[in-house]
Write a protein of this length. Structure first.
Length: 340
């Protein structure tokens, strides 16, 4: 057989199985010096993490529109080298939501990687926000619809998490730990927000699992919540690994620059996992994706799909200054990157 083997995305998946793919770390910054520093760090490390410029917690009370203007300037600046800078909106029922949405959509809509929608109380709040953002996008003559993310941090949003995940305009759901715990009016103790307690309290664990499962069911990205103890690198690393390997999250928040590498490293496959994926996928490609035997184990398209996800994750988590996939692997599976 002499024809070139089809790409894994064509050979192993149909169009209904194509899932959203995002950088594994979502870094939040709200005040101007930290926002600018975040863009500088992204330029240094590469697009292994997104930057979310925060208009909800970052804006001074009464200065939300002016803060949105600053965010728009930064999104449009040369500092946004990779097009992976988004913004967190205000809640849809906030009095300044419309003004902030108008500013961000009209002035930065073509370059925003996404808009994060905080504190929806139900699917209806998501639909209200989507309608307003899309209306403004049409008015502004945008050539695209801005991707949208949502924060699950209320009882109502968790009750309707599957419907929210299924919304065609949503590409990722994040878990809002602090507000979710607070919404229980003291019934969840403070330790439920800690780096260890958030993986142990049954109500918090339930919320995390429901969000993750809802996203995976429809090919969306589940994004894990913050770890507040940003100076405890070991605890952060353990939490990130548990979120990725035990809870099925494929993305995680960072709230301090020191957390970014730790999160990315925890969500990266191991060298052994990558080596095995390369061996199997290169052999499968040579066999035009027919079943193969590898180390006395049979593999077919079901396992090929698994190892493809491992390889994609390795590709997404490669630092600009770090180890890369071998050249022949990049040429075979990521030709657009290999050509640059």
């Amino acid at each position: 057989m002499s024809t070139k083997p089809p790409h894994p995305r064509e050979a192993l998946f149909d169009s209904s199985e194509q899932a959203v793919s995002l950088p594994v770390c979502d870094h939040y910054a709200g005040v101007e010096p930290r926002m600018r520093k975040s863009l500088e760090l992204q330029a240094e490390l590469g697009p292994v993490f997104d930057v979310t410029l925060d208009n909800e917690d970052g804006a001074p009370v009464g200065g939300e529109r002016e803060h949105a203007q600053l965010i728009a300037e930064l999104v449009n600046s040369p500092g946004n080298r990779f097009g992976r800078v988004g913004a967190r909106m205000l809640p849809v029922d906030h009095h300044a939501f419309a003004d902030v949405a108008k500013t961000l959509v009209r002035e930065a809509g073509e370059r925003l990687a996404y808009l994060m929608l905080p504190k929806p109380r139900a699917l209806a709040d998501v639909e209200r926000a989507v309608h307003e953002i899309d209306r403004l996008s049409v008015e502004a003559g945008l050539s695209r619809r801005i991707p949208l993310h949502a924060l699950i941090e209320t009882h109502g949003a968790l009750q309707q998490v599957q419907k929210i995940a299924m919304h065609p305009r949503i590409e990722s759901l994040s878990f809002g730990l602090m507000d979710f715990v607070s919404a229980h009016r003291g019934a969840i103790p403070q330790w439920g927000m800690s780096v260890s307690g958030q993986f142990e309290h049954p109500l918090v664990v339930r919320a995390k699992l429901e969000i993750s499962a809802a996203c995976h069911a429809v090919g969306k990205v589940p994004s894990h919540c913050v770890v507040m103890e940003f100076k405890d690198e070991d605890a952060l690393s353990a939490a990130a690994e548990k979120a990725a390997r035990n809870f099925g999250y494929t993305r995680m928040w960072s709230i301090h620059p020191s957390q970014i590498r730790t999160v990315v490293d925890a969500f990266s496959p191991t060298v052994a996992e990558v080596d095995l994926a390369i061996e199997i996928l290169m052999a499968a490609r040579a066999a035009h994706w027919a079943p193969i035997r590898h180390r006395d184990t049979l593999h077919d398209r079901a396992s090929f799909r698994y190892f493809w996800h491992v390889l994609e994750r390795a590709h997404r988590t490669a630092y600009a200054d770090g180890a890369q996939l071998p050249a022949e692997v990049r040429e075979a599976f990521f030709p657009d990157v290999a050509a640059r």
